[in-house]
Design a protein around this ligand. Structure first.
Ligand code: ADP
Ligand code: MG
Length: 325
């Protein structure tokens, strides 16, 4: 199988069957794709790269890898409140392994179809396994959710019910936590099959004042909101959502996973704390079918303070993931 057969068979054939030809008049096959923007909308663009051994283990099923490569990118669109439109795929592969490619494409296109997003181009080369996706999405002009909009007095929220499970799975793979059977499968699914909060992100336009997705750990990513907005925050660590599996672990591991875990792909966001603001967040959560949990508030004093459920200040011993530290 040559490069062009590979592209045709695994990628071009399913690239935009689920998208109107009007939206993408030219997809895979020419030097560039041609995409029609929706009038009145702004484009949002983001890239994320997955490197074997760094972002995923060689044990991951190809289908889950295809899913995750797109999911982590859609999560960035979700954080900005964007509707996904198109993506490109730059793929470096050791060899044209058909079983791998078929599984990878299946996971990739299942998620692409669910979100109505077309694969419009890419690049394919031989080399170490490396997957880079660029996503493009749209928001009505001026309505993108940004990190910089948090205001003193805002409530802080996190989406989902299983923050920290992906990190718990990583600890199982590292051999530091024993977990087997269905409990292990559950946290492994969180790590390998994250569900980007695309519907919630769009529902939060005009509701949230700031947002980010949690890829490197709650505290680190929240720190980006605080820095960009020039504010501080207080987080109630006992308010963090946790799965029954994580809740069975010892308290320090629970906190490490929830606060500094990474790979969660939940949204952290702030919104006005008055009754109307809280009702709007609840309505966005209900409309998108996504649970959200209030975990703290934005404060004027810079920095991040952690409290337990009884209100006692805790030391912040957690650091988020940094590739070059
Ligand atoms: P070029 O030589 O202009 O870079 P290529 O020969 O690399 O083009 O690719 C041919 C076509 O296939 C282009 O439209 C390109 O966008 C697309 N393509 C290549 N690799 C992929 C891939 N992994 N996924 C989707 N489209 C791809
Ligand atoms: Mg090329």
């Amino acid at each position: 199988m040559g490069e062009f057969d590979l592209i045709q068979r695994f990628f071009k054939s399913q690239s935009q069957s689920h998208v109107s030809a009007d939206a993408v008049p030219v997809g895979i096959g020419d030097d560039c794709a041609v995409i029609n923007p929706t009038p009145g909308m702004q484009w949002l663009v983001s890239s994320d790269m997955l490197v074997e051994g760094r972002h995923f283990l060689s044990t991951v099923a190809p289908q889950r890898l295809g899913h995750k490569a797109l999911a982590v990118n859609l999560s960035d669109l979700a954080a900005c409140g964007a509707k996904p439109r198109a993506f490109t795929l730059a793929l470096s592969l050791q060899r044209a392994d058909e079983v791998f490619l078929a599984g990878f494409a299946q996971g990739l296109f299942e998620l692409a179809q669910r979100h109505g997003i077309a694969l419009v181009g890419g690049d394919t080369t031989q080399g170490p396994l490396n997957i880079c996706i660029t996503v493009m999405g749209e928001v009505p002009r001026g309505q993108a959710l940004l990190r910089s909009g948090a205001q003193v007095g805002d409530d802080l929220y996190v989406s989902g019910a299983t923050l920290g499970d992906a990190r718990l799975a990583l600890e199982v793979f590292r051999g530091t936590v024993p977990l087997a059977g269905e409990a292990f499968e559950q946290v492994r699914r969180a790590m390998e099959c994250p569900q980007p909060r695309v519907e919630l992100g769009q529902a939060l336009r005009g509701v949230a004042r700031s947002a980010i997705d949690v890829s490197d750990g709650l505290l680190g990513d929240l720190g980006h909101i605080l820095k960009a907005s020039g504010v501080g925050a207080c987080v109630d660590v006992d308010a963090l959502p946790r799965s029954p599996v994580l809740a069975m672990q010892d308290l320090s591991l629970q906190r490490e996973c929830g606060l500094a875990g990474g790979d969660d792909y939940e949204l952290v966001f702030s919104a006005p704390s008055d009754a109307a603001g809280r009702a709007a967040v609840a309505a966005a959560a209900a409309a998108s079918g996504t649970p959200v949990q209030r975990i703290g508030c934005i404060e004027a004093e810079p920095g991040l303070r952690l409290r337990d459920g009884a209100g006692c200040l805790l030391p912040n011993l957690f650091s988020s993931f940094d590739h070059f530290k």
